[in-house]
Design a protein around this ligand. Structure first.
Ligand SMILES: Cc1ncc(COP(=O)(O)O)c(C=O)c1O
Length: 496
């Protein structure tokens, strides 16, 4: 390893990060070829003049990422194929980079036999981009600094440091208008939604309006809420506020920054109309801000909460920015709901994990969260560009919606295509995508143009280009595949 020229600069801090990066670079460039046996952590630490813990952590991280393999008795070696980028790296093979998790947003429970080679079901960020060394530093900082008294049951609303950081961060980045006292730390948007709907049901609400189409998984979360769901159509300006008013519902859940799944941004007129409706109907608007930190071509669109802080519950999380598995999020509440949601949180699980809350507060305070976001935003933008470019080349007659933000696009297929048949043909080619019809409240219908949702965040550029070619082949098959549906559509003249 000394020959691999790893040099650590204590002045730059984060020795684990430096060592990890140095070893990765040595593996990638072939200075440490596959199967090379690495020195023991003790010997390496001695060579480099660092504590053994630094070497242990760097090895552990590289094992987790697939660059190294560690076997009891035979030490630590460079993994076969590691030069291609580790398990989640940019040039990793199909099983690694397409993501292994089911995609909650579009695909219901996501239970699925066999992992598709190209998993473009929406919902998962690039998990290989998780800032491990930054999170480690945050945990280390937390454990070195919090008093033991902080490790008991905390305030159900969250630890004060995190709520204060969130109030500042969300105000700056999302335009929220709220103090720390209005924030409750929750286990993701999912828990925020469960708590808020429980409170709404407890205060006499019977109906919750939701966007049609909308995420199946989110709607599934609401089956136990005691509220009946009623769908409100979404058009190219977002949710139809007139139709919402006609439902008689006094609560609505929506995704204004980047509608899931259509990708539409709620227009300024509709925002104003929604705020007016909420005030007139004494209603509650629940804003699911699930992917709003990712905006590529324009200034971020401020959140709804900033427009009507007395009416809007704003829900967000680190699921897209860091990782869904952290289960960390926030609810920004109108003052009149704070006590009830805090009590519901207490009743649900006392409080969210305290050490993780402090770690997130540290990330926000130190600027490392912003820095990480800048990096992943660049990465996702490049992926979006690759996908949109490849679709334009391979499928010039599709329309791609929702490209300005988020981690997925909505691809409107030419009339006459059967979206389910295309998705099935794609699946047969190893490409998993989700038909929009699956996300409509009444199921598929023939009144809407066929469309598919494609998540691109977890798939590197070259594979997105391949995926576009597979989709083009699937569209060709879906057009001429001769399923009953296709023929029916043809006879009704929609594929003229
Ligand atoms: C539209 C939408 N809302 C909410 C969520 C869930 O977010 P969380 O992980 O914060 O519970 C997702 C997850 O994919 C989503 O797509």
């Amino acid at each position: 390893v000394r020959d691999a020229l790893i040099e650590l600069d204590p002045a730059r801090g984060d020795l684990v990060g430096q060592l990890t990066a140095g070893l990765k670079a040595a593996i990638r460039t072939g200075k440490l070829p596959p199967q090379t046996r690495l020195p023991s952590t003790r010997a390496l630490a001695g060579d480099l003049g660092v504590s053994r813990g630094v070497a242990v952590e760097a090895y552990e991280q590289l094992v987790a990422e697939g660059f190294l393999v560690s076997r009891h008795g035979s030490g630590t070696r460079v993994a076969r194929g590691a030069a291609a980028g580790g398990r989640g790296g940019p040039a990793a093979g199909p099983a690694g980079d397409a993501g292994t998790a089911a995609a909650p947003a579009g695909s219901g429970t996501g239970a699925d036999a066999g992992q598709p080679r190209y998993d473009m079901r929406p919902g998962t960020p690039d998990l290989s981009a998780f800032p491990r060394s930054v999170w480690l530093a945050a945990l280390r900082h937390t454990l070195a600094t919090v008093p033991h008294t902080a490790l008991g049951y905390a305030d159900p609303a969250g630890v004060p440091a995190l709520r204060a950081e969130l109030a500042g961060y969300l105000g700056r980045v999302r335009g929220t208008d709220a103090t720390a006292a209005q924030i409750v730390a929750v286990g993701g948007v999912a828990e925020g939604l469960a708590l808020v709907t429980r409170v709404l049901a407890g205060t006499g609400h019977r109906v919750l309006a939701v966007e049609d189409p909308s995420a199946i998984a989110t709607r599934e979360l609401l089956t136990g809420s005691g509220l009946d769901l009623v769908g409100v159509p979404v058009d190219s300006h977002g949710i139809q506020v007139g139709a919402l008013a006609a439902t008689g519902a006094r609560a609505v859940l929506l995704t204004p920054a980047h509608q899931f799944p259509t990708g539409v941004v709620l227009s300024p007129d509709r925002r104003a109309a929604l705020a007016d409706w909420a005030r007139e109907a004494d209603a509650v608007v629940v804003e699911d801000d699930y992917d709003a930190e990712f905006r590529y071509d324009r200034e971020p669109v401020g959140c709804l909460q900033g427009l009507a802080p007395d009416r809007v519950v704003h829900l967000g999380s680190v699921s897209k920015s860091l990782a869904p598995g952290l289960r960390l999020g926030w609810a920004v509440l109108p003052t009149f709901l704070v006590a009830a949601v805090r009590a519901a949180k207490h009743q649900a699980d006392y409080c969210s994990p305290v050490i993780d809350q402090y770690a997130l507060a540290y990330l926000l305070d130190s600027g490392r969260y912003d820095r990480h976001l800048r990096g992943v935003r660049r990465r996702y933008r490049a992926r979006r560009d690759a996908l949109v470019g490849a679709l334009a080349e391979r499928l010039p007659d599709v329309r791609v919606h929702g490209v300005a933000a988020g981690l997925h696009v909505c691809v409107e297929l030419p009339g006459g295509c059967d979206e389910a048949a295309v998705a099935e043909a794609a699946r047969g080619r190893g490409l998993a995508v989700v038909p929009v019809g699956d996300m409509r409240l009444a199921g598929r219908d023939e009144d809407h143009p066929p469309a598919l949702v494609l998540g691109y965040a977890n798939v590197p550029e070259p594979r997105l280009v391949e995926a576009a070619a597979l989709l083009a082949a699937a569209v060709a098959a879906g057009r001429t595949g001769g399923t009953g549906r296709d023929q029916r559509l043809s006879r009704s003249g929609r594929d003229a």
